[in-house]
Design a protein around this ligand. Structure first.
Ligand SMILES: Cc1cc2nc3c(=O)[nH]c(=O)nc-3n(C[C@H](O)[C@H](O)[C@H](O)COP(=O)(O)OP(=O)(O)OC[C@H]3O[C@@H](n4cnc5c(N)ncnc54)[C@H](O)[C@@H]3O)c2cc1C
Length: 402
């Protein structure tokens, strides 16, 4: 029998994966379900977010994923439904010693968010689409507890989840929990925040073998980091970058840098945001910084070493300056250079199997780019499809139980 609580879904994580799940569930069940999305950041997007600043309202900087490579028809439909726009040209490799750019087309299609703003992908899934999704931004889930464990109350009510913040206050309650950012379930949580990952802690009390097996699979995945440095230029300084033959270039033969991106920005679209992504090795060697404006630091209280941050910032700019043909970065930029560390830029290992992404007894489901779909792991396409897949599975469960 349906109870008043059946139908509350709490989604932890407002990246493309969580937003895709939120939209799928909300569209299918309408007012019969209450979908709430909890997100540490100031808005949706996660690793495909777009940085904005109150100081310069027209600026937007895609400091995470610069584009989405789409390889499946289903992925194409999903990204188009998220307002994605196909882009062509200006993507390839940059030789670090000669400065020579070579255009390279990989298989599939390249997409960006509406208007070139990557953050619009996640946002457009939950905003203005008729999807009835409650959002709680600046909300980091730091504690999880399942009331009544796997037991049912005498009146037939299932147990439910309580989500708490760092002060132990209740952020929300949910019948189904969707883990759309693997952080609350992965051992890397402990390295940053000290205690056990919240879902691992909650699972100890539950004793659900499938949840235990899912957590074990997630723990075997590793996170590959990237350090991003970005700055904005205007006028003739911007023009020099716009004159270069690329928009997104993989840097070959460089120990420090992995990619450089040139994006038009500003109210008139005539300013330029330059984004540098470090090599994986450089990010792995240089731990202990998050960026003073990162959500991990701002909301989660993660400690970042400012002196080290400045040092890494300078090292990445120095490596850039050594590449021939690259314009000089002026001493004063309109904005930045700002550093941001993506501790979990890419997922390495086996994707969480479709079967283990649904724990029916514990009412926990997983989605995001760490879950198996038909798309490559650790991509925007994977996150979109996993959100849809997990969302559909929850809809089926809720309908079945009603
Ligand atoms: C530097 C970089 C370059 C990339 N390049 C590409 C590329 O070229 N092509 C491509 O397809 N992909 C690329 N990616 C990967 C792509 O961005 C991700 O695969 C995709 O965005 C993942 O989406 P997601 O929803 O699964 O996870 P995320 O975007 O990570 O979303 C998870 C969300 O959960 C939130 N969260 C985590 N813990 C909590 C908590 N306790 N409480 C509340 N909220 C929480 C996080 O803040 C985050 O917003 C890149 C990523 C980075 C960082």
């Amino acid at each position: 029998m349906a109870t008043s609580r059946v139908g509350r879904v709490g989604i932890i994580g407002g990246g493309v994966g969580g937003c895709s799940a939120a939209k799928t569930i909300s569209n299918a069940l309408g007012s019969a379900v209450e979908v709430t999305l909890f997100e540490i950041g100031r808005g949706p997007g996660g690793r495909s977010a777009t940085r904005r600043t109150r100081e310069f309202p027209g600026l937007h900087i895609n400091h995470g994923a610069p584009t989405a490579q789409i390889v499946t028809e289903e992925g194409r439909k999903a990204i188009e439904a998220a307002g994605g726009e196909e882009v062509k040209g200006g993507h390839g490799t940059l030789n670090s010693s000669t400065g020579e750019f070579q255009e390279k087309e990989e298989g599939g299609w390249l997409f960006v968010g509406e208007g070139g703003v990557m953050g619009n992908l996640a946002a457009s899934l939950i905003e203005g689409t008729g999807a009835n999704v409650k959002t709680k931004y600046n909300s980091m889930v730091r504690g999880l507890e399942r009331v009544r464990g796997l037991e049912r109350a005498a009146n037939g009510d299932d147990g439910y989840w309580i989500l708490r913040n760092g002060a132990g206050e209740i952020l929300g309650e949910a019948d189904w929990l969707v883990v759309a950012g693997s952080g609350v379930a992965h051992p890397r949580w402990t390295a940053t925040f000290g205690n056990e990952p919240p879902l691992v802690e909650a699972a100890k009390a539950l004793g659900d073998s499938q949840l235990d097996s899912s957590l074990k699979a997630i723990a075997s995945q590793r996170a590959s980091p990237v350090i991003a440095v970005f700055f904005v230029l205007s006028g003739s300084e911007a023009q020099r970058w716009l004159d270069l033959p690329f928009k997104v270039a993989k840097i070959e033969g460089n120990e420090v840098l992995g990619k450089v991106m040139i994006q038009r920005t500003g109210e008139e679209g005539n300013e330029v945001a330059v984004v540098l992504h470090s090599s994986r090795a450089f990010a792995e060697t240089n731990k202990g910084v998050y960026g003073s404006t990162s959500s991990a630091k701002r909301v989660g209280g993660a400690k970042s070493d400012k002196g080290k941050e400045d040092e890494l910032n300078a090292m990445m700019l120095e490596a850039l300056a050594k590449i021939p043909q690259i314009p000089e970065v002026p001493m004063t930029c309109k904005y930045g250079p700002v550093l941001h560390r993506w501790g979990n830029a890419f997922v390495v290992g086996e994707g969480l199997s479709r079967e283990n992404s649904m724990c029916r007894n514990a009412k926990v489901a997983f989605c995001g780019d760490y879950v198996e779909t038909d798309a490559p792991l650790s991509s925007i396409e994977c996150a979109l499809l996993a959100g849809k897949q997990t969302g559909e599975a929850i809809v089926k469960e809720i309908k079945g139980g009603a």
